[in-house]
Design a protein around this ligand. Structure first.
Ligand SMILES: Cc1ncc(COP(=O)(O)O)c(C=O)c1O
Length: 387
């Protein structure tokens, strides 16, 4: 038995995924496969190093040391051949937080920001909460069960809405694409032609299967920023260890002014040290966890093909989030949600929250044990087969 087959007891651990069903109006016995964190413990080798953070016994205001930058720069070079200049790296508490600050630093109220729906829903929320306009260029689903950019639509929207920022999701949550270099080159070309700044959210970069992740930093030399973190990769979003790469002196300075404006200064010592530890010692665990998750995906695809053939599983190139099309059942989004949540007792993220083009879909977080995944699928299969 693999360690990943053992479900840790997460009840009573302040877990958003496991402890707050009642507060969010769900049945207490619901199986949670929604929010993007993993039901996997880090290995003892890493956890013991985390414990050493507490040995100093003093938790004063903290900033990254050289060792932080070394670990981060080496990780990006080693895995993605990406050369980061230390002076443009800025640590922070969250990827969405960094995106919000960049949006304010780069635009003024009512400016338009482009997103590719269906996409991680806090993109739209953050844009609107900052009184900016959302321009939507939907991704195009294809017969090969993958989604693609619609370059003509992107360009049309940029012109029509006078777009200032392209908020790119690479890899893309929820459709599971890791954009090819040639695709990113086309996006870069369009952005450059229309003087649009690209913010690339690369938080899922380390979960790319059977191909190589390409950062926006490999195809652009200016006019972009990267917002990312080791938080998905090593299941540490609760430690607030995000960072941004902003290779532009003026923008970096404006970004820092935004931090002052929201009253944010030094970050969490545990987050800083955790990044250093996982980036230095996490390669082997990451390889193993990716293999387990990818096998979960293969299992799920085959299991649904046999037992629920009307459900169409989108190809998973990246992330641990599987995008499944239930539209062949001809159910409203509300009815589909009722069947999955109230009848099957499985908690997923309904596709409609990712944008109108997500209607009829559900997003499964498969970073859990195969047996829990099977149980969730069995419940859904039973419930839908009774419809
Ligand atoms: C694309 C994307 N960006 C950002 C986040 C969240 O990042 P953070 O918690 O650091 O704000 C997630 C979490 O699921 C995500 O999928």
């Amino acid at each position: 038995m693999n360690n990943f087959d053992i479900l840790p007891e997460r009840h009573g651990t302040n877990s958003l995924k496991w402890d707050f069903a009642k507060e969010r109006g769900k049945n207490k016995d619901i199986l949670p496969l929604w929010v993007a964190d993993m039901d996997f413990r880090l290995p003892d080798e890493i956890l013991n190093k985390f414990k050493s953070i507490f040995d100093q016994g003093i938790f004063g205001y903290s900033e990254p040391l050289d060792s932080y930058y070394d670990a981060l720069i080496n990780w990006n070079k080693r895995h993605y051949d990406l050369d980061l200049d230390r002076k443009y790296i800025i640590n922070g508490c969250g990827v969405v937080f960094s995106i919000a600050n960049l949006i304010r630093a780069l635009t003024k109220e009512n400016d338009a920001i482009l997103i590719n729906e269906p996409v991680y829903y806090p993109f739209k929320e953050t844009i609107l909460a900052n009184n900016r306009r959302v321009a939507i260029a939907e991704l195009k689903p294809n017969k090969d069960n993958k989604y693609y950019f619609d370059y003509d639509l992107i360009e049309k929207k940029i012109i029509e809405d006078n777009v200032k920022i392209y908020l790119l999701c690479n890899p893309h949550n929820p459709v599971g694409r890791a954009w090819d270099r040639s695709e990113l080159e086309k996006i870069a070309e369009i952005a450059k032609r229309h003087n649009v700044f690209v913010i690339s959210d690369e938080i899922h970069e380390d979960f790319v299967y059977n191909k190589k992740f390409v950062s926006i930093g490999k195809v652009m030399d200016k006019g972009y920023a990267i917002c990312t973190a080791p938080s998905k990769t090593f299941n540490i979003p609760g430690l607030h260890s995000a960072y941004s790469y902003i290779p532009d002196d003026k923008l970096l300075n404006d970004y820092k002014k935004e931090l002052v404006r929201v009253g944010y200064s030094q970050s969490n010592i545990v987050g800083i040290k955790a990044l250093e530890i996982v980036y230095n010692y996490g390669d082997k665990w990451l390889k193993d966890v990716k293999e387990y998750i990818y096998n979960n995906y293969l299992f799920m695809k085959e299991y649904l093909r046999i037992n629920l053939p009307l459900a169409k599983v989108t190809e998973l190139e990246a992330t641990y989030l599987v995008w499944v099309d239930f539209s062949a059942y001809n159910l409203s989004d509300r009815r589909l949600k009722e069947i999955i949540e109230d009848k099957a007792l499985v908690w997923l993220d309904g596709g409609i929250i990712f944008g109108r083009s997500g209607s009829g879909f559900e997003r499964f977080n498969i970073a859990t044990t195969r047996s829990l995944l099977k149980e969730a699928l069995d419940r859904i299969i039973r419930a839908l087969n009774e419809v």
